[in-house]
Design a protein around this ligand. Structure first.
Ligand code: SAM
Length: 495
């Protein structure tokens, strides 16, 4: 029986409820009255912010507005996804853009994945690391190699990593992952520092999540791959990952272990996208119902070609248009959740999705173990083909030319603004007085330490322009002073 508050996977991701949702969506996909109601409900409502009232050092012109969105349910969002009316879709895209702008502004957070080990005991049929793949070289970084990779990443300008590893209790036990995190945080090279390590490793125990929390991780990321249990069992025929319930209940254990920020994801292409979409939103609703805080991020990977993997054997691949629809609707359905798009996607696709709701991108990624220290991009141990192969400098310049602020900010996590505290910052409308100047200051660091002359020029102009968009006068002045200090060699300022 469907119960979002249950701690049992089959009850909060309930197949019967998803089937009924899909049926309801199909029956109502032309019900324009209902669609209008759902879109009206999803629209942000703006009210003056109590913390930004005129007379408290705030000019009337810059009076802060507080925005609030009523969250739409998985059923309502599924109706929108089923709708085929182009006119309705124009409205959906516009609304997604508005919500993106309201809660996330034009900042795009940048990170890179760091592959630690491709040893894996699982049999995931879509992943080249599956244990039966005998021709992929198996590799696990030593701590010296981790150090070299991190220095290479710092030399590009990265401040935020997502560590990735196969599941292998002998080769990559939790102690190994913890050692790597410790090494990563310890490296101070020139002006470089990794200030936030997110972790994407297999589902584990509450005790291990607690250890990850103590090691100072940012977000714990685990992709569900598919919410369809029967398919999940077939796609993960062997190994610990075969246990659907253990995998699906992982975020609850992570939160029990003290991790506030969790990142969900579906590997699109494995199952029917409408099923996955409903399941993903039900998972978010479950986290909100049980823990009072929804997912910090949602990732939307699509299956890619890889060693021993032909993406065409999976029948549920989605077109770029459907992909755009899914991203826009995730933005609308979970307005306070960040959305991540990786280099699995081309520059063109990423550009389209940024507008519709994506708030984080990876840049200059190498998905091979030890890839960052190689001169040429190695492909032998790659987890998947990387479509966007540009340098970080190119990605930063591209974002700025599109009108975005590339952000290397990690302040929220370092200031303890995680979980519901981050969400309330997002909801209070104070992001513009906090995240906005933080983004500008970290961008300035990048420009000073790592950017090409051309990128620097574009960036300096952008910072000058965007500084004026910090509403609070006092904050704006502090940010101005800090930017000057960064220009003079000081680092690591934050609000
Ligand atoms: N081993 C960990 C686990 O079991 O969750 C996670 C790390 S894995 C390196 C990261 C993600 O890459 C997987 O969760 C999966 O969604 C994705 N992935 C695997 N094979 C892929 C492929 N061929 N194309 C695109 N993404 C893939």
């Amino acid at each position: 029986m469907y119960n979002p508050k249950s701690m049992v996977a089959d009850e909060f991701i309930n197949d019967e409820e998803i089937q009924e949702t899909l049926k309801y969506a199909e029956e109502n996909k032309n019900n324009i009255e209902l669609i209008n109601k759902i879109l009206e409900k999803a629209r942000p409502i703006y009210t003056p912010s109590p913390r930004g009232r005129v007379g408290e050092g705030v000019q009337p012109s810059s009076q802060k507005m507080q925005a609030h969105c009523s969250v739409i349910t998985h059923r309502e969002a599924s109706v929108l996804l089923a709708c085929e009316d182009e006119k309705v879709w124009e409205r959906i895209y516009k609304l997604a853009e508005e919500i993106k702008q309201t809660f996330y502004g034009n900042r795009i957070v940048i990170f890179a994945p760091l592959y630690l080990s491709n040893y894996c005991v699982n049999g995931c049929v879509y992943c080249p690391y599956h244990y039966k793949n005998k021709h992929i070289p198996r590799k696990k970084l030593t701590q010296e190699e981790v150090k070299a990779e991190v220095i290479a990443l710092q030399d590009m300008g990265h401040k935020r990593l997502a560590i990735e590893s196969g599941e292998d209790p002998v080769n990559n036990p939790i102690e190994y992952i913890l050692d790597c995190i410790k090494t990563i945080y310890s490296i101070k090279h020139k002006n470089g520092a990794i200030r936030r390590v997110n972790v994407n490793i297999a589902a584990t125990t509450v005790e291990n999540y607690r250890k990850l929390k103590e090691a100072g991780i940012g977000t714990y990321i685990l992709f569900q791959e598919t919410y369809h249990k029967k398919s999940y069992l077939e796609l993960h025929p062997t190994g610990p990952k075969h246990d659907y319930n253990y995998h699906t209940e992982a975020m609850d254990r992570a939160m029990e272990g003290g991790i506030d920020d969790v990142g969900l994801g579906v590997l699109f292409g494995l199952e029917r996208y409408k099923y996955e979409f409903a399941g993903l939103l039900m998972h978010a609703e479950h986290l909100e119902a049980v823990h009072g805080v929804g997912p910090h991020t949602i990732s939307v990977p699509r299956i890619k070609k890889a060693d021993d993997i032909d993406p065409n054997v999976f029948d549920n691949g989605i077109s770029d248009d459907i992909f755009a629809k899914i991203v826009a609707l995730i933005r609308i359905a979970v307005p306070y959740t960040g959305m991540i798009i990786s280099t699995r996607e081309t520059q063109e696709v990423r550009e389209r999705l940024l507008k519709l709701g994506v708030s984080q991108v990876s840049g200059a990624s190498r998905t091979s173990v030890g890839g960052y220290t190689e001169e040429e991009r190695p492909t032998d141990t790659e987890q998947f083909d990387v479509s966007d192969q540009r340098t970080l400098d190119e990605v930063v310049k591209w974002l700025m030319e599109l009108g975005y602020i590339p952000s290397f900010c990690t302040a929220c996590y370092r200031e303890g603004r995680t979980g519901d505290r981050f969400m309330s910052l997002c909801k209070s409308g104070q992001i513009q007085n906090c995240c906005h100047p933080n983004a500008l200051m970290t961008l300035k660091e990048f420009l000073m330490d790592y950017a090409s002359e051309e990128t620097k020029k574009v960036g300096e102009e952008l910072i000058k322009r965007e500084l004026e968009n910090v509403p609070n006068e006092k904050t704006r002045q502090i940010a101005k002073d800090n930017l000057e200090k960064i220009g003079n060699g000081e680092r690591d300022f934050r609000f």
